[in-house]
Design a protein around this ligand. Sequence first.
Ligand code: TYM
Length: 345
Amino acid sequence: MSDAPTKTFPKRIFSGIQPSGGLTLGNYLGALKRFAQAQDAGIETIYCMVDLHAITVWQEPSKLRHATRELAAGFLASGIDPKRSILFNQSQVPAHAELAWIFNCVARMGWLRRMTQFKDKAGKHAEEASVGLFAYPNLMAADILAYHATHVPVGEDQKQHLELTRDIAIKFNHDFGVDFFPVVEPVIEGAATRVMSLRDGTKKMSKSDPSDQSRINLTDDADAIAAKIRKARTDPEPLPETLEGLEGRAEARNLVNIYAALADMTPEAVLAEHGGQGFGVFKPALADLAVAKLSPLNAEMRRLMQDVAEIDRILGEGADRADAIAAPIVAKTRDIVGMVGSRRG
Ligand code: TYM
């Protein structure tokens, strides 16, 4: 499977976020903020609320509805402009589910068994997990490849899934002797590709952590943000002057990375400014920065959530535009596979 496609595809960015609960600072710094930067750089950008992914674990229907709209508000408040980017929810565009089925028949059981996120999520109860949770990475490959996307900005936790997306594209192209699907590039860049829990610097900040103190939610108000940073776990040493000094200090490193990503600085520059400070000084500076950056976002999300009809309208328009790109690609896929029929995208 070394015969990577030779055709060059125009640069197109695709990424998605699950509407499976609130957004965290990890989602913002690892994904949303970078999505807006890609859009502002003038690249073609397609962003999706992946509700089909969310239902791989149980979702209360009314909560799913609310979370999808709130996530849309999060995208918009983070600077995604529905005129410059395509913004939609996955279930509204049939190409995702259809291509995922074809990819279920391309990917191998052994490839999926190696996925660490399935092992983490299913835990000891793999037999009780939904089939969807196991096949989830194939749907993710379909999300991306239905648009012939070439670049996928994500946090570090999605790296293995994107490797599988590459393997699926390569195997499909090889099996059918075509040069049809691009081999995507993961874009995992910046200081905050893995924002860690505020209670334990070795664990990822996650919406599913039972402790609300472990994360900053984009719906937290200024007082909650400041209190969580004040109580964040740290060590007694002052901040070092250089990055090497953060070795073995996971919590300190995390707070420096968060500061860097919020301030659009490198971690080195943060240490050049704050090295030598104890956390008694650095934490309030970080709290002020986080409140300054996140409060307007939070206020904008609340404002947008007052008009869900407008959110639904934006998503509907986005779905039409997404469908116009994906349907012909999936129609061509059916044709390559040998499926007969005249229905085109
Ligand atoms: P999800 O919904 O878990 O997370 C959405 C995005 O946020 C990033 N992220 C983080 N980044 C840094 N630090 C953290 N603590 C942190 N937590 C989350 C994730 O890496 C991700 O970029 N399978 C995906 C959704 C998906 C998708 C796709 C992504 C479905 N189809 C196609 C890209 C392309 C997921 O569950 O992300």
